[in-house]
Write a protein that binds this ligand. Sequence first.
Ligand SMILES: Cc1cc2nc3c(=O)[nH]c(=O)nc-3n(C[C@H](O)[C@H](O)[C@H](O)COP(=O)(O)OP(=O)(O)OC[C@H]3O[C@@H](n4cnc5c(N)ncnc54)[C@H](O)[C@@H]3O)c2cc1C
Length: 416
Amino acid sequence: MGRDSGVKVAVIGGGAAGIMAAIAASYQGAKVTILEKNPRVGRKILATGNGRCNLTNVNLCTANYHGGNPAFTHYALERFSVKKTINFFERLGVAHKIEEGGKVFPFSNQASSVLDVLRYELDRVGVKVLCGSTVSNIKTRKGSFLIEFQDGEELNADRVVLASGGKAAPNLGSNGGGYALAKNLGHSIVEPFPALVQLKLAAAFFKQVKGIKFDGDAEIIVENKVVGQASGEILFTEYGASGPPVLALSRKAGECLQKGKAAWLKMVLINTCSRDKLERYLIKRFSDNPEKELAFSFVGFINKRLAPVMLREAGISDIRKPAGHVSPAERDRILHLLQDWRFPIKGTTSWPAAQVTAGGINVKEIHQHTMESKILPRLYFAGEVIDVDGDCGGYNLQWAWSSGFVAGWSAAQIGG
Ligand SMILES: Cc1cc2nc3c(=O)[nH]c(=O)nc-3n(C[C@H](O)[C@H](O)[C@H](O)COP(=O)(O)OP(=O)(O)OC[C@H]3O[C@@H](n4cnc5c(N)ncnc54)[C@H](O)[C@@H]3O)c2cc1C
């Protein structure tokens, strides 16, 4: 489209960031080739938002981003903003709707619509797409690049956009291989760890409570201080906890563990009233039916599979004794667990279960206005491969669209 800059741009990785970089470079008249190891581009896009693709968020601000320097994201997120992203997809045919928390989805509720129109646009603007092409090395040669493939083939390019993703969800293509490519070209990598991922907690009873959900609060506690808090539906799993609040806090937990700090997950099962009110309620509940077995007396209040586990954790061995026989000290321990149940965090589940990567290419080595390498001119970065990760809610795709757009646009410019 537009003028022909004649610049040959190779985009490594055909995910959200790479596709957007290719389209933007093409709009600027570059001759663009996407190199993608999967048989098709955009595989991860299809998996996003539970198959609905939460493509951005109208409440976006810099505080939604994390990494070595979240302010690094500012320019790209302004240059190709949420509004521009929505308009871009509307122009391509994806009508949008805004849901709770500002999350934006295609009106069709299909992630495939997003990918379909992107592939159509790639075709329309003449981007060459080479699938089944795993890049194994990038060499510099007299001011240009020689890209080597795993199968021995090679490709020349004037500019390279590295949009190879992070390590999260390797079954969808990105497995961290892009870090090695960047390292060979002189870049440093902030040690990656999984984010937006379940937490593994230390307790013997998880098999018994697996599958139980409740609406409550979750907090990350380090050195007795709350360092993160989130509310919503929390799910007990076989190894610990999951659910939106836990996923939201997992980055903080991973960061603490990476620094060797001990961290706890505090769960607040009953977050709808004060401790005093809850105490009065329990006293009444026990005294209304004093002959009921203690574990049974919780039926209708908390999940009936959780009650026996909670009572044993409260140090009550005879959970079948009459509710009227609960001592004030025992009631105190029950109350405590209902509003402050703490579990040592052993770790997170690993890459296959993670939605995003924390860490990646050090942003100190990238120009924020162009996404160009400060170490090697004419090399650009976009998307999750960079040390930037966002909260859950459309922020990671927005980063991929924005950084991809800026990288592709800049890579296509003549001169430099
Ligand atoms: C299950 C799931 C659900 C998600 N849901 C949402 C959501 O609803 N909203 C949101 O904002 N974010 C969501 N995310 C996060 C979001 O999808 C990613 O942050 C974003 O897609 C990253 O885009 P990317 O282009 O940087 O990387 P990727 O999408 O990982 O693309 C990188 C591409 O590079 C290719 N590649 C890697 N190495 C090479 C190589 N050496 N040679 C050639 N090709 C290579 C890979 O095959 C891959 O196709 C979700 C993630 C997951 C896993």
